[in-house]
Ligand binder design. Structure first.
Ligand code: MSP
Length: 646
């Protein structure tokens, strides 16, 4: 027997530093859908996910929780695994970067690169963003030494370090970007060329000595390996590369697709291929950078109390409601906005009305008009051809779109057929045929076609909505019948056997009261995390004279716009007594421009003006929040604009 073609798909490995929200689950749900689909089409699939457990950020979190790192991690990971189980995720492996199989292989990889001269020792002074675990060069940072990814202030880190010769691979990387479809969507490719290759690549610092929660450099143990180098290599260490058994590596590498969200495309399309080039290994065939899920155009954040957790959604609405919403509502490459209203409306319109009704109406009619039995006969009617043509078109589009990871479009293609099938009921009017005994054959023919259409719909969606598909198969009497539920079986209309018995089941998706459910969801996710204990690291003592040098004043925001060139920045006009100042701040992730208007904030007035990405900032707005946490603006209610804060 010929060997099956292989398909290797990965999600990013998650930071186990807090509860995962629906944005995190999005990547895994998508990876699961494509894995199931490829298996369905006959591929030997390897689907990998896991956790990224080293680095300063994790160490800090464990300390804050008063726990040993590994105990902290074990607890977090148990929760993550439970979540994937609840979401029926079919990963074939789960890698933890603290596992021996990974750590040992990373040490071998590092040593190999060092011995062949791709890693060398030097010393490093640079700006580091702790939450993003990233070093930034002068040209990459926002003015004010802020991280271009999250807008927060970076800190200067000076240490002895090993470097990876990233610059050596610049030409090959450029070639990869310019002459292949390695990165999709296209827009991400252009971003990478413009922001990283065009300014020129610098060698990458790949070890740290300022903390010790990481994999040690085997020949210089005061260094730990940079967490991104450690993390990226999970995609090969999980397959046994540099391990005891590399059968899976030989079989599945290179990956067919790495699924990642847009802000980590940079690591996957520059650092990762360069490491692989240095190791003389084939490159992944594709990195797909999907968009972000925002909460009503805003970033989900604990301090705003707008995080939506997938586990609770599943308990309340079922696993497929969440999967359907995430895959159908947002175009995979683009950002999308989650609102409770959109979620409920989607369930009502597509799942309860279109699909749920089709199934329940059809099965009820077979029950009522023909004692649950389907009859296959030679009848035809004028609407058959259009029904079958729509099916064929949907099937072709669906396959193509799934293979291109266009889940949103693929579901829409199936729903075109769902709607066409509902129309077939209206056209053929089975209830009218049932009134006339002489139309019995015609009626049976219509009912058969309806059940056959439902069989095809539920077979197509079985990779995306497995639970729903199983329930429908049971209702139309095809459960467990491989020849009627396989991918091959979708090539033909008319396969259900004469005499098949249908059986009405529970309502697939009950219709929901929109306003009532919105209230329930608001309550469900209302928790605002404000009582976390922060471990404070105090700065050097100053005198009152030092403090008096800083001029703090109350200002009212009278106008606020997005920065024309930087997504993370807002440009506010702030009224301070009789003058109005322009201030640029890295708060766009937490505040919308319209939300800012009217706020009375505290302004540092005597800060030397600077240009932030070309826009002048005449001071600074005070914000509360540590590195790595969300920012909140302290507001001064009822003070006179311009008055001093002392
Ligand atoms: N540990 C790194 C990945 C290392 S891969 C070698 C990491 N972890 S993460 O837990 O922060 O994020 C995991 C994935 O979830 C990333 O692709 C991240 O961008 C994605 N998302 C986090 N929030 C998201 C949304 N709101 N929307 C969509 N994806 C989001 O990054």
């Amino acid at each position: 027997m010929a060997e099956k073609p292989t398909f290797y798909v990965t999600t990013p490995i998650y930071y186990p530093s807090g509860k995962l929200h629906i944005g995190h689950a999005y990547t895994t749900i998508a990876a699961d859908a494509i894995s199931r689909f490829k298996r369905f089409c006959g591929y030997d699939v390897r689907f990998l996910t896991g956790t990224d457990e080293h680095g300063e950020k994790i160490q800090k979190k464990a300390k804050e929780a008063g726990m040993k790192e590994i105990d902290f991690l074990d607890a977090q990971i148990a929760e993550i695994k439970d979540l994937w189980k609840k979401l029926e995720i079919t990963n074939d492996d789960f890698i933890r970067t603290t596992e021996e199989r990974h750590e040992k292989a990373i040490q071998k990889i590092f040593t190999k690169l060092y011995e062949q001269g791709d890693i060398y020792k030097g010393s490093y002074e640079g700006n580091y963003c702790v939450p993003c675990e990233s070093f930034w060069t002068e040209s990459q940072m926002l003015e004010g030494n802020r991280c271009p990814d999250c807008g927060r202030e970076t800190k200067v880190v000076k240490e002895e370090s090993y470097f990876f010769k990233l610059s050596k691979y610049e030409d090959r990387l450029r070639d990869l970007f310019e002459n292949t479809d390695f990165v999709l969507p296209e827009s991400r490719k252009n971003e990478m060329i413009k922001n990283f290759l065009d300014p020129g690549l610098e060698d990458l610092s790949v070890t740290r000595t300022s903390f010790d929660w990481g994999i040690k450099v085997p020949f210089d143990e005061k260094h730990v390996i940079y967490v991104w180098v450690d993390a990226l290599c999970n995609y090969i260490t999980a397959l046994g590369y540099e391990g005891e058994d590399d059968t899976n590596f030989k079989k599945y590498w290179p990956a067919d697709v790495h699924l990642v969200a847009k802000e980590i495309v940079r690591f996957h399309t520059i650092i990762w291929p360069a490491i692989l080039m240095a190791l003389d290994l084939p490159l992944p065939k594709r990195v797909f950078g999907h968009g972000w899920i925002l909460f009503a155009d805003d970033k989900m954040s604990k301090s705003k109390g707008n995080i939506v957790y997938p586990g609770q959604m599943v308990d309340k609405y079922g696993v497929d409601a969440l999967k359907y919403f995430l895959l159908r509502e947002f175009s995979f490459g683009q950002d999308g906005s989650y609102t409770h209203r959109n979620f409920i409306n989607r369930i009502n319109s597509d799942l309860a009305n279109d699909l749920g009704n089709l199934v329940s109406r059809t099965v009820s009619m077979v029950e009522k008009y023909n004692d649950n039995i389907l009859v296959k006969n030679d009848e035809t009617n004028e609407f058959d051809q259009s029904l079958i043509d729509t099916y064929k078109e949907s099937r072709v589009d669906f396959e193509k779109q799934m293979n291109e990871l266009m889940f949103h479009e693929a579901l829409e293609s199936v729903w075109k057929f769902v709607r066409r099938t509902n129309k077939y009921i209206d056209e053929t009017m089975p209830w009218a045929l049932a009134k006339d005994e002489t139309s019995k054959d015609k009626l049976n023919h219509v009912l058969y076609n309806l059940c056959e259409s439902i069989r095809l719909i539920s077979t197509l969606i079985s990779s995306l909505l497995p639970e729903t598909s199983r329930k429908i198969f049971a209702q139309i009497g095809v459960a467990g019948k491989e020849e009627l539920t396989s991918w091959e079986s979708t090539n033909e209309f008319g396969l259900i056997k004469d005499g098949t018995k249908v059986e009405k089941g529970e309502v697939l998706f009950p219709r929901l009261d929109v306003e009532e459910e919105i209230k329930i969801l608001e309550e469900m996710f209302a928790e605002k995390i404000v009582d976390q204990e922060v471990k404070i690291q105090h700065k050097k003592e100053i005198t009152i004279e030092d403090f008096e040098k800083v001029e703090l004043r109350v200002g009212k925001v009278v106008k606020c716009e997005k920065h024309p060139k930087a997504d993370r920045l807002l440009v506010s006009q702030i009224k301070l007594g009789s003058e109005v100042r322009q201030i640029v701040s890295g708060i766009a992730q937490w505040y919308k421009p319209e939300e800012m208007i009217g706020k009375q904030v505290v302004v540092v007035c005597n800060l030397k003006p600077v240009k932030l990405r070309g826009v002048e900032s005449q001071g600074m707005i005070l914000a509360a929040g540590d590195n790595g946490s969300d920012l909140v603006l302290p507001e001064v209610l009822g003070a006179i604009d311009g008055s001093e804060v002392r």
